[in-house]
Design a protein around this ligand. Structure first.
Ligand SMILES: CC(C)(COP(=O)(O)OP(=O)(O)OC[C@H]1O[C@@H](n2cnc3c(N)ncnc32)[C@H](O)[C@@H]1OP(=O)(O)O)[C@@H](O)C(=O)NCCC(=O)NCCS
Length: 165
């Protein structure tokens, strides 16, 4: 299949961010605040989305976060983000968060997040996003299919909340 001329490969949106868990990022137990991890996910994912769009984006939603294990002070947090799927003006970015113990050289998966961003034009209104070209990449194609299912759930929840307002 011939890729769209303006299409972007998922790997070209890949973004990695590394953070050291300093005392200011921790709670009374000496482990990272969940809100801090969420903020880092948002930043890392926003960079991946901006690399895709080559313009401004805004966070429309962040799916549930499940923290699988605590991240202790002094550990290194490694976040990896990539655009999974693009629709009209919106796109889903997946973020994987690992915690690295540099003394042991071990990395453990701590949480994953899915965020939806919307590409914005100069007037602050949604504009079409580029096409994501996942041709020839079965992993990226599976992520696209999974993202479609998550989008349906998100938009259903959005409608339910609107109805309840
Ligand atoms: C996100 C935002 C730009 C959407 O604007 P809107 O006028 O509602 O536009 P639309 O309804 O046309 O939606 C635009 C796209 O966003 C998607 N979208 C909007 N809200 C969404 C949500 N909660 N979850 C997933 N996708 C969403 C729509 O499905 C649509 O996607 P598509 O073009 O790919 O089909 C607007 O709601 C906004 O500015 N929200 C605040 C964003 C913000 O400030 N974020 C920072 C954290 S507070």
């Amino acid at each position: 299949m011939t890729p769209h001329p303006g299409a972007v490969r998922p790997e070209h949106t890949r973004t990695e961010m590394t953070q050291l868990v300093l005392p200011g990022f921790t709670n009374a137990l000496g482990t990272a605040f969940g809100g801090q991890i969420a903020a880092w996910c948002d930043i890392c994912a926003a960079v991946a989305a901006q690399r895709f769009v080559r313009g401004p984006v805004v966070t429309a939603s962040m799916d549930q976060l499940h923290f699988l294990r605590p991240i202790r002070q002094g550990m290194v947090v490694v976040l990896q983000a990539q655009v999974n799927r693009a629709w009209g003006s919106s796109m889903e970015v997946g973020v994987r968060v690992d915690a690295e113990d540099v003394r042991e050289g071990l990395r453990e998966h701590c949480c994953s997040a899915y965020l939806t961003f919307v590409a914005l034009g100069p007037d602050g209104k949604p504009v079409p996003a580029p096409i994501l070209d996942s041709s020839g990449d079965p992993v990226a194609q599976r992520r696209e299919k999974d993202a479609d299912i998550r989008r349906n759930n998100r938009l259903r929840v959005r409608e339910e909340r609107r109805d309840n307002q």
